[in-house]
Design a protein around this ligand. Structure first.
Ligand code: 3HC
Length: 311
């Protein structure tokens, strides 16, 4: 019986029929989606912190309003993906509690500090750029609620990427100090942005199964290569050099060759020893605790109304 159910499920995936919450699915399929979607949502929410730290220091009202809109979008993306994950039988509270308890992952990139204003542009250009590359592939995935969430999110993400690039474009036309700030920012964010795509395919324990189930439509290395190929010309237009001496166009391959990623650093950050892991966790927990009164008030209000409705 189980084998028949699995065969029918795999046939639906192979025929590109979207799997919906009420469909039968292997427990392992459900589990890996909850794992990936909750981490994705956590990334969106934690990702608000590096940018939030610059809201009061934005150089103009226009920049502040753009940054505020982007941060609000990220929070919304998080809630959107938590809701999509809840269709698999988990609850947002469970997922967020795992994050508070330090038991859940989020994208390593958010454990790096946003040290200068240029970082806000670089985060938009590189981090959201990498996220779009990844999310466009996810939007064609097999699980209905997740891929539909991605379609909506990608539309907003392209505004995030554009505004980041435009910010850097103005710096690239600015003073020597502004150009130096731009170059320094890209030097710090280039390699960690490449790590967002995950380990090399050969070292990725989940990829084979996730590709079979079409949770992943393209592999980590394929998406990383796509991102590099699209981004190098943009860097050239900014007049900056990317911090990789091995980066060069390979006519034969039709792609850029690039240097080896420091997987030691990757593992180090993921284990919780990145520059900002502790601050991100502390800020997240503090926001949760500071919000206790809001949750209590909302629950009291709901209970009162439920009691009135019951009279
Ligand atoms: N940061 C933290 N953990 C990472 C990671 C990263 N950059 N890359 C991989 N990992 C983890 C995986 O979660 C997995 O650990 P786990 O078993 O505990 O979950 C382990 O490393 C092995 O990696 P795999 O490649 O085998 O794992 P996946 O098949 O899950 O692939 C992934 C990793 C490509 C990140 C995939 O999970 C994915 O596509 N996730 C959804 C997209 C996402 O989370 N993006 C994060 C950025 S969102 C963002 O940037 C918001 C933007 O608006 C600013």
């Amino acid at each position: 019986e189980q084998a028949k159910l699995e065969a029918r499920f795999q046939q639906m995936v192979d025929d590109d029929i979207k799997i919906e919450p009420q469909d039968w699915m292997p427990d392992a399929y459900r589990k890996t989606l909850v794992r990936q979607m909750s981490q994705h949502a956590h990334s969106e929410v934690i990702g608000m912190q590096p940018e939030g730290n610059w809201l009061t220091r934005a150089p103009s009202l226009r920049r502040k309003v753009i940054l505020l809109a982007k941060i609000q979008d990220e929070g919304g993306h998080g809630l959107y993906i938590y809701s999509a994950a809840e269709t698999l039988g988990t609850s947002r509270e469970d997922m967020c509690k795992a994050l508070r308890d330090g038991k859940a992952k989020y994208s390593s990139i958010f454990n790096y500090p946003a040290l200068t204003w240029a970082d806000i542009g670089t985060i938009g250009w590189l981090v959201d750029g990498a996220a779009i590359t990844n999310q466009v592939a996810l939007s064609k995935g097999s699980y209905g609620p997740y891929c539909r969430a991605m379609i909506r999110i990608c539309k907003e993400e392209s505004f995030h990427q554009r505004q980041g690039y435009e910010l850097l474009l103005s710096l690239s036309k600015g003073t020597a100090e502004q150009k130096a700030m731009l170059q320094d920012s890209v030097n710090r964010f280039w390699w960690p942005s490449l790590m967002m795509f995950g380990p090399n395919d050969a070292d990725s324990p989940h990829s084979a199964q996730s590709m079979k189930w079409k949770i992943k439509k393209k592999s980590n290395d394929q998406l990383r290569q796509e991102f590099i190929d699209a981004t190098v010309p943009q860097a050239e237009f900014l007049g900056i050099t990317l911090p990789d001496p091995d980066l060069k166009w390979n006519e034969e391959r039709g792609h850029y060759d690039y240097g080896e990623i420091d997987w030691e650093e990757f593992a180090h950050v993921i284990k919780g020893n990145g520059p900002c892991n502790k601050q991100r966790a502390a800020a997240y927990i503090k926001a949760h605790e500071d919000g206790t009164w809001v949750r209590e008030a909302a629950n009291a209000y709901a209970a009162k109304h439920a009691a009135q409705a019951a009279e």
